[in-house]
Design a protein around this ligand. Structure first.
Ligand code: ADP
Ligand code: MG
Length: 274
């Protein structure tokens, strides 16, 4: 671990980022500090991550280590306090909310632990919604939805059924189809098997492996080693820092400067769980 100089700022450490290439994900020295009144919580302390097209990676770490924060940054659901983020070579770290929403809809497919489906709408309806949002012409929608449902291995007899009539595994297949339908650069899955029994979870992970074989890029977040084993590469995060790589470790003073707050004398433990 090579700490950045005591007087340096997080911006200075960007100088160590490699030139921007065409990788799906290029994250460099990302800091995320949550500020609530005069307390601040450093959730990411200088994370750098490079993911090529067609890679299936797992991000593993204990509760409170910063996994969800990283997922939110990668998924453009939240913006970093400092550092850079490029998706397929495009800088997305400084976009306004409206642009973020557009890039998010086009480039990122989400799969969540709790499925996040419309419980009473059919599978087809759940999967078509992202296409409406990205203004895909009506005549293209049906073929795209069917291809996504097939790619997610959802049996055809369930296409007209609603999630509230399905098992967890079937619901997660609908969610995977929804994540694929816009043909995104990246699929982000946050604990996708967390609500499934082991056997069903294993089938879902096989589906992710097949999607990787078909050229999809997948980032899966988990706290279970058996789940991470399905990925090609596992990155470990602890206290807001990727522990596998040589990463610049931002000091408390730099984190405070990045968040533009006074450096407090006490701060919450990084391991605190909400
Ligand atoms: P994980 O997903 O690995 O459990 P999180 O990314 O949720 O970790 O949290 C990382 C750290 O940031 C924890 O200390 C957590 O308490 C804190 N944190 C997360 N979200 C917020 C928030 N909205 N406001 C303040 N602190 C937060
Ligand atoms: Mg989490």
């Amino acid at each position: 671990m090579s700490p950045v100089s005591a007087t340096g700022t997080a911006a200075d450490s960007e100088a160590t980022c490699p030139p921007v290439g065409s990788a799906v994900i290029e994250v460099c020295n990302v800091i995320k500090t949550y500020v609530n009144g005069d307390t601040y919580t450093p959730a990411l302390r200088g994370v750098s991550l490079h993911v090529e097209e067609g890679e299936f990676i797992a991000i593993m770490g204990p509760s409170g280590s910063g996994k969800s924060t990283l997922m939110n940054v990668l998924g453009l659901l939240d913006t970093p306090t400092a550092g850079s983020y490029h998706i397929r070579g495009a800088d997305v770290s400084k976009l306004e909310e409206i642009e973020l929403a557009e890039v998010r809809a086009r480039e990122i497919g989400f799969v969540f632990q709790s499925f996040n489906l419309l419980p009473r709408a059919s599978s087809i309806r759940n999967v078509v919604l992202p296409l409406i949002y990205t203004r895909v012409p009506v005549h293209e929608r049906q073929a795209r939805v069917e291809a996504a449902l097939r790619a997610a291995d959802l049996e055809e007899s369930l296409w007209g059924k609603a999630p509230n009539q399905m098992s967890g595994g079937q619901m997660q297949r609908v969610a995977i189809a929804r994540s694929l339908v816009n043909n995104p650069a990246l699929i982000l899955a946050d604990e996708p098997t967390g609500n499934l029994d082991t056997k069903t979870g294993a089938f879902i992970l096989k589906t992710f492996e097949r999607l990787r074989d078909e050229g999809r890029t997948i980032v899966l977040i988990t706290h279970e080693p058996e789940v991470a084993e399905h990925a090609d590469r596992t990155i470990h995060i602890r206290d807001g820092l990727i522990t596998d790589a040589e990463t610049a470790y931002a000091t408390d003073a730099q984190l405070a400067a990045a968040a533009q707050v006074e450096e407090p004398t006490t701060r919450p433990e990084a391991g605190d769980v909400r």
